[in-house]
Write a new protein. Structure first.
Length: 204
């Protein structure tokens, strides 16, 4: 069986400094919490890197996209972590009969300065996907919306190989048979699937 490639792109705008309740919006990107950095807006945690990776997996398997599996405003995914979405995407793709080869992601943004935490991010995302995830970063040399610091874009590719037939997976979440609820298969810790502190994502 020949391998299949997939592509995913995701963009999130930077949020206001504080949310409606006056709380500071944290930046979650590539599965990591970036202390002191401006957060991204979104229905989930806005982790564009994890979302692009998940969309690339769906694309490679030919099983839809983020919206078809998670919707755009379902309460169970409100504030959900990028790693929880990526882990669920990987589960869905495997249940559809595919092995995951690897995922490669590049994000475009001036901040956060990514390279010092690249290995940490790759470990967090690889653990979520159960397959190697590599991440790189670039700027657009000050051009466009990322250059103006208005948001972040990430693009990802994935490689999968069909090794079996779709499994019958018991639905544990939404009645429409799409994504399972946010509590399913997530890491321990807060219900939104986030780790409790920087570095927690590296725990086995
Ligand atoms: N948010 C970012 C953006 C870039 N980097 C690193 O800087 C290198 C040079 O970026 P250019 O866009 O100026 O070519 C890039 O290759 C990354 O290693 C980063 O760490 N964080
Ligand atoms: C992740 C989901 C979950 O509601 O929400 P957002 O955080 O808004 O992210 P986006 O990539 O814009 O849309 C996909 C949605 O499935």
């Amino acid at each position: 069986m020949l391998p299949r490639t997939g592509i995913g792109i995701d963009t999130h705008a930077f949020a206001a400094e504080t949310d409606d309740a006056g709380s500071r919006v944290p930046l979650w990107l590539a599965g990591l919490l970036w202390e002191g950095e401006r957060g991204l807006s979104g229905h989930s945690d806005g982790d564009a890197v994890a979302h692009a990776a998940a969309d690339a997996l769906f694309s490679a398997a030919g099983v839809g996209d983020l919206g078809s599996h998670f919707g755009t405003d379902r309460p169970e995914w409100k504030g959900a972590s990028g790693v929880s979405l990526l882990a669920e995407a990987a589960r869905i793709v495997r249940a559809a009969g595919f092995d995951i080869g690897n995922i490669a992601v590049q994000f475009v943004g001036n901040r956060p300065k990514f390279s010092p935490r690249r290995l940490e991010a790759e470990a967090a995302l690889s653990q979520a996907a159960g397959a190697p995830v590599s991440v790189s970063a670039t700027t657009f040399d000050g051009l466009g919306f990322t250059g103006r610091g208005e948001g972040i874009t990430a693009v990802a590719t994935a490689l999968v190989v069909q090794t079996g037939q779709p499994a019958v997976v018991p639905a544990t979440g939404a009645a429409d048979g799409h994504a399972t609820g946010a509590a399913d298969g997530h890491a321990t810790g807060p219900a939104d699937g986030h780790a409790t502190a920087q570095g927690d994502n590296l725990e086995p």
